[in-house]
Every structure is written in structure tokens, then in C-alpha cells.
Design a protein. Structure first.
Length: 243
């Protein structure tokens, strides 16, 4: 049985979000002490949300490799949109590109002000340099790195890409160009991220480094992408020397 995410459901969620945003509790958070009291409890709400989100992702989307679409396309897309919103690096700034030991890195700020530095592949360096030259905002160090090329509503282009635009206008657009839309219905950012992680691990990348690369707080999450134990050729059967 599939679970359809109706327009009415989205409206109801929007109403709940607005109720949270205007909750009278915020009026009582007036100093550091009251903020600390709030966060002692709020941290469990965040933990619960992330646990629920990952549970839904496992149930309604594919986190295995090779990636295959699950039955309910609408629910799959809805959950992946939430994951994209939570994990997207679409708010990178131009100044996030740093030189560390002679190698360009991206400075990525995650939740809880956690910062990690990700080395840029040579091809990625060339493409980003060419993009900034063509777009003309390479000197705007505090501005968003990746920006929209059009904005029919407000005409403002000096803003970060919206996660939905990343999904619709980049991932699906280019997936369609290379013929992946029909071959892999529902392809999304997370499926590409999962494939990259599995590929790195299959090529003997250190799992702790992959954990840092993905920004996972717990290495058990990274192990979900490690399929090396499922490869028959790695079985102890083939490590025995037969005389």
C-alpha cells in the first residue's frame, strides 16, 4: 500500500510550522539561562526528528546500492526533499574555498556550528573557477557560491540556490539529458550522495574519512553505505591457501 502526500497534507504541515514559529514559549527565552533550559529539552526533539526522518528514509526511499526506485514516487520525493533541506550545502559562500597545505578545500558549516574542510577534486576546481568567471561574482566572498541564473518572481540573483531548484533544475535536468530519468525514476541528490560514499568505500577509502566527508555524527550511519562485506570475492573462503 502506498502513502500519497496530498496537497492538503502539505498545507496542514505548513500550518503546524507557523504555529511553532509563533509559539508563546519564545517570549520566555530572554537570557542565556532560559535559553540553556530550553535547549536541554529541545536537543531531544531534534534527535527524535532526525531519527524519525532516517526511519522514513529507509522505509520509503532506497538507501542501497545499486539505487532502485521504491514504489511510491510521491512519498519518496517528499522524504528526499526533507533530507535535501537538512543536508544540502547549497548555502556555501564564495569565501568558503580555502587553501590548506596547497590544496583547495571547501569550508562546510554543518549543524551545531560544526565545521569541516573537504578537499576539492582537480576537475571540480576547474569547473568552479570557470563558473565563477562566467557568473562574475568571484570577488563577492561573503555571497553565495552557487546562485540561480534566473528569478522570474523577484529578479534577485544574489542569493543561494533553493534546495528544490537543486533537485529540479540540476539533478533531474542533467539526469534527463544523459538518459537516467527513465532508467532510474526518482533519482535525487541523496541517491547520488549514497553512490559516491559507496564508491569511495568500495575503493578502500578509510571509513572514518568517509564519515567526516559526509558529515555523519555517528559512524554507524556511514556503515550503511559500506557494501564490502557483501562482496563474495572478499569472503574468507577465497583467502584460504589450498595446498
Amino acid at each position: 500500500m502506498t502513502t500519497k502526500v496530498s496537497s492538503q497534507a502539505r498545507i496542514n504541515v505548513a500550518d503546524l510550522v507557523e504555529a511553532v514559529r509563533t509559539h508563546p514559549l519564545y517570549e520566555h527565552v530572554s537570557d542565556e539561562h532560559s535559553l540553556r533550559l530550553l535547549m536541554r529539552t529541545h536537543v531531544f526533539a531534534v534527535w527524535d526528528f532526525q531519527s524519525l526522518l532516517k526511519s522514513l528514509q529507509r522505509s520509503l526511499t532506497c538507501v542501497e546500492v545499486p539505487w532502485l526506485p521504491t514504489a511510491d514516487a510521491e512519498a519518496r520525493r517528499f522524504v528526499n526533499e526533507i533530507v535535501l533541506e537538512e543536508e544540502s550545502d547549497a548555502t556555501l559562500t564564495v569565501g568558503a574555498i580555502h587553501q590548506r597545505e596547497g590544496v583547495p578545500h571547501l569550508r562546510v558549516e554543518g549543524k551545531g556550528d560544526k565545521v569541516r574542510y573537504l578537499p576539492l577534486a582537480v576537475l571540480a576546481q576547474r569547473l568552479i573557477t570557470a563558473y565563477l568567471k562566467e557568473a562574475g561574482h568571484s570577488e563577492d566572498l561573503k555571497g553565495p557560491l552557487f546562485r540561480p541564473v534566473k528569478n522570474n518572481r523577484t529578479k534577485t540573483l544574489a542569493k543561494p540556490l533553493h534546495p528544490v531548484s537543486v533537485y529540479q533544475d540540476i539533478v533531474r535536468h542533467y539526469a534527463r539529458e544523459v538518459g537516467l530519468i527513465d532508467a532510474i525514476p526518482g533519482i535525487c541528490v541523496h541517491s547520488m550522495r549514497a553512490t559516491a560514499a559507496t564508491n569511495a568505500l568500495s575503493n578502500n577509502a578509510d571509513i572514518a574519512k568517509v564519515q567526516e566527508w559526509l558529515g555523519h555524527a555517528d559512524i554507524s550511519t556511514t556503515r550503511m553505505y559500506d557494501k564490502r562485506q557483501s562482496r563474495p570475492e572478499d569472503s574468507p573462503t577465497f583467502k584460504i591457501r589450498y595446498e
